[in-house]
Design a protein around this ligand. Structure first.
Ligand SMILES: Nc1nc2c(c(=O)[nH]1)N[C@H]1C(S)=C(S)[C@@H](COP(=O)(O)OP(=O)(O)OC[C@H]3O[C@@H](n4cnc5c(=O)[nH]c(N)nc54)[C@H](O)[C@@H]3O)O[C@H]1N2
Ligand SMILES: Nc1nc2c(c(=O)[nH]1)N[C@H]1C(S)=C(S)[C@@H](COP(=O)(O)OP(=O)(O)OC[C@H]3O[C@@H](n4cnc5c(=O)[nH]c(N)nc54)[C@H](O)[C@@H]3O)O[C@H]1N2
Ligand SMILES: [Mo]
Length: 759
């Protein structure tokens, strides 16, 4: 019995009778995720990439043929030939266009495991060649990551220092959760999770008398018994937050001292609340018309919040939307008006239950990490602007106060991400993806991303390799041991890059003379120097795991700043919480003033549109993004092989749709099939489908064709949150849904692509 670690938990593995590993959850995990139980089936299944493969047209004509991406068959080639071709293509691209023509941003979650982390591997490799165009921010937190350091604190600090569940227990009386506390999401933690404890903490707080309010279109976003559900219109949180603050101030229950001593710009924010700048008081009636939460409930909730110890929580989903910076800013201002920031049980938090780590007891542990080297190319794009970059080389755009230009990318190299899952408006992306000369990916599976590349190199899964598992601040460090032979000819990303580096004369720079075993020992030993309580490497490797000592188990975020706003000032420009930001106002964006404000998005339930339903595409309960979609756990939840979409009884009834029907979801950008679920825990007017079903076009390579499997990004808009952050805004999308009456097309997402001989 050995251990393996995944982003969704730690599992024991043993070899079963048929020689295939059998997984059982780690004995220390109180609430293991079932996601892992579908892994082995997928890892040995037909969807694996088994041999290096090159798109036929590219093999024949090179970069001259680009239209065939996603449509043409692949030719399987021997490893030596594939590596020669990749090395030559890299060398020639760099010689002709420079390293600034390589997009190596390679966004994605990869797999857990500190050494084989595909992102670190590809960046280290490209850096030895002179660098690459990188990406900034994440799809998770584009808008938040840019605005938060300007007004409160960097996101990394807010994640790490979020007031701990243990300190909230017994002290927090009212927990107001915008976007809820979806336990399905706390299954996951980037890097791994030894003990899923978020669900237990939420239940425990409820038992200790914390009242939970779930402000979300979806009742299921908060599991605590007796939680109150306030189903608002998606995208209207900013209005509700502004009104809560307005009503607290109107009742004279705000903390004027805290606003004066700990905040900057309160007067300008309060003037906007009162309507002095635009003639519109942001009162409960105003917000009720926008959000459809009754005005009386908003006003009463404001007074409850002001008279009891209150935590204001904002989910990450709130900011993955048009104007996504605003709900975060408005939440911070609301918490400032209450004046409980830095008090035990009160204040503000971002992303509780978004991953298990937020609110988890901290360990102060970080590492081990593979050094990525230095990128000699300074250029980058905000991550969600990939299609814009490919479509518009040299085009200008705004980002965080600067005016920038898109690079002219000739070669895209990816490892550990799935852009045909994660990016919005896949039909637009397909067109953009035809622009570069060459697209290369290392993949474990024949995902849509792999199918749209020219060169696909087969990568191992963690069960096929040794590694060290662990996430910063999680409680365990795991000796991950190989428990099965690689599928087909799959190789570790490290081995692939090492061989490429050798062909390009960079072997020593990339490998430093180490094999995998030597790297694991080296990285661990370096990490041990920073954390001397760790045992020596051999002892760690033999013992399977190390439990890390907790640190600050009951921490309260911003307690030091509260006690001493001068000595322990924030890292914002003023050192205080910025209710008005001179920096942002100084950017002069007409649509982005220096204080939080309500601005209706183009697509929401308040807009007149031919597409009357607001589609939310949230995180899947049965997988991590698109990972292990072909595994039994994910497939087991599908309806006639399609991704389920939740529809309210009213909207289903109006369209003659019953549970189990196949429906077509569409707007002007595209259409997909999904299986109907009728859910009375859903606000009418809203439909919800998880992300991550592998894009499966009816006609391969054809822009605008029906996706037969249920990938919501076929209909989402490729519009940024704002020109401040250029963040992913997937949640702002209107659609129509109809019963699908045609013959059901076969789902081919998990079949390998067509293979061909060279001629
Ligand atoms: N509509 C909509 N879209 C969204 C979101 C949303 O809410 N709505 N959410 C967004 C968010 S928050 C995120 S984080 C993104 C997630 O987007 P991604 O992180 O790109 O999604 P994953 O499915 O995790 O893709 C990881 C890929 O890496 C591959 N892989 C795993 N391990 C390895 C390895 O060791 N080596 C190699 N070479 N490959 C490996 C997997 O097979 C998989 O294809 O999606 C975003 N997209
Ligand atoms: N099982 C599982 N867990 C995961 C992931 C996964 O793929 N699978 N992905 C991980 C990643 S990368 C990330 S970034 C986090 C994401 O964490 P989040 O972004 O918080 O997760 P989501 O599931 O997208 O959204 C949470 C809920 O927000 C609600 N919501 C959507 N729009 C609005 C709105 O406008 N207002 C309000 N009030 N509520 C709204 C939806 O009902 C949704 O269920 O999850 C992580 N956890
Ligand atoms: Mo994410």
């Amino acid at each position: 019995m050995t251990l393996t670690s995944t982003h969704w938990g730690v599992y024991r593995t043993r070899t079963g009778d048929d020689g295939v590993p059998v997984l059982t959850p780690f004995e220390r995990d109180r609430n293991p995720s079932p996601i892992g139980l579908g892994m082995v089936e997928a890892a040995i299944g037909p969807a694996r990439v088994r041999r290096p493969a090159i798109r036929k047209g590219w093999l024949k004509h090179g970069p001259a043929s680009r239209e065939g991406r996603g449509a043409e068959p692949f030719v399987e080639v021997p490893w030596g030939e594939a590596l020669d071709i990749v090395a030559t293509t890299l060398r020639e691209t760099i010689a002709r266009h420079g390293n600034g023509a390589i997009y190596g941003g390679s966004y994605g979650w990869s797999s857990a495991g500190r050494f084989h982390h595909a992102q670190s591997q590809i960046h280290r490799f490209l850096n030895t060649l002179g660098g690459y165009v990188a990406h900034r921010d994440s799809y998770s937190l584009g808008a938040g990551r840019v605005i938060l350091p300007r007004i409160l604190a960097p996101l990394g600090v807010l994640n790490r220092d979020a007031s701990a569940w243990a300190g909230l227990d017994g002290t927090c009386r009212l927990f107001v959760a915008f976007g809820g506390l979806p336990i399905k999401n706390a299954q996951v933690n980037s890097g791994g999770v030894g003990d899923h404890d978020a669900a237990a903490w939420i239940a425990r707080l409820a038992r200790s008398g914390t009242k939970f309010v779930n402000i979300s279109p979806l009742r299921g976003d908060l599991s605590a018994d007796a939680a109150e559900w306030l189903p608002l219109r998606p995208g209207s949180d900013t209005a509700v937050m502004l009104a809560l603050a307005y009503e607290i101030v109107a009742a004279g229950k705000h903390d004027a001292t805290f606003l004066a001593t700990h905040c900057a710009g309160a007067e300008r924010y309060l003037a906007y609340l009162r309507g002095e700048t635009d003639g519109v008081p942001k009162n409960a009636e105003w917000a009720a018309a926008i959000s459809e939460i009754p005005a009386a409930r908003i006003r009463a909730l404001a007074l409850e919040m002001a008279t009891t110890r209150t935590m204001i929580a904002a989910s990450w989903s709130l900011q993955r939307a048009r104007n996504g910076e605003q709900p975060y800013w408005a939440a911070i201002c609301l918490a400032a008006v209450l004046g409980q920031i830095g008090l035990k049980g009160g204040g503000i938090g971002f992303g509780y239950a978004a991953i298990n780590g937020v609110g988890h007891r901290s360990t102060g542990f970080a590492g081990p990490t593979l050094p990525q080297g230095k990128n000699a190319v300074a250029d980058f794009i905000p991550v969600a602007r990939i299609a814009d970059m490919l479509l518009d080389p040299g085009g200008e755009y705004d980002y965080d106060g600067a005016r920038r230009r898109y690079p002219d990318i000739k070669l895209v190299y990816w490892a550990g991400g799935n852009v045909f899952h994660h990016h919005q408006d896949i039909n637009r992306l397909i067109g953009a993806w035809r622009r570069p000369e060459t697209t290369i990916v290392h993949e474990q599976f024949w995902t849509a991303h792999a199918r749209h590349c020219d060169i696909v190199l087969p990568a191992t899964v963690p069960l096929e390799r040794d590694d060290i598992g662990g996430a910063n601040d999680d409680s365990y460090l795991i000796a991950m041991k190989c428990s099965m032979a690689p599928a087909g000819e799959a190789r570790d990303d490290y081995a692939i890059f090492a061989d490429l580096a050798a062909r390009l004369g960079k072997a020593d720079a990339f490998t430093e003379g180490r094999d995998v075993g030597a790297w694991l020992r080296h990285l661990y030993t370096e990490c041990r120097a920073a954390h001397p309580y760790l045992p020596a490497f051999d002892e760690f490797w033999e013992s399977d795991f190390v439990e890390l000592p907790p640190r600050l188990p009951e921490r309260t975020m911003f307690d030091a700043f509260r006690a001493d706003p001068v000595g322990a000032k924030l890292a914002t420009p003023s050192g205080k919480i910025e209710l008005y930001s001179e920096t942002i106002a100084g950017y002069g964006y007409a649509d982005f003033p220096g204080h939080p404000h309500w601005r209706a998005p183009e697509e929401w339930l308040g807009a007149a549109s031919t597409y009357p339903l607001h589609m939310l595409s949230n995180q899947p309960a049965t997988r991590l993004h698109s990972q292990y979609d072909p595994g039994g756990v994910s497939r087991g939840a599908k309806i006639a092989g399609r991704e389920p979409i939740s529809i309210s009884p009213a909207d289903g009834g109006a369209r003659g749709i019953v549970a189990g029907d196949i429906v077509r979801v569409f707007n002007a950008r595209g259409s997909f099939l999904a299986g109907a679920r009728i859910d009375d825990g859903l606000r009418p007017g809203v439909v919800v489908i998880a992300t991550g079903a592998w894009y499966d076009p009816l006609e391969r390579g054809v822009i605008g064709t029906l996706d037969v499997h249920g990938n919501p990004n076929v209909v989402t808009a490729d519009r940024p949150a704002s020109r401040l952050s250029q963040g992913c805004a997937a949640q702002s999308a209107l659609v129509e849904v109809e019963k699908y009456e045609g013959a059901l097309p076969k789902v081919r997402a998990f079949d390998p692509p067509e293979f061909s001989t060279r001629d």
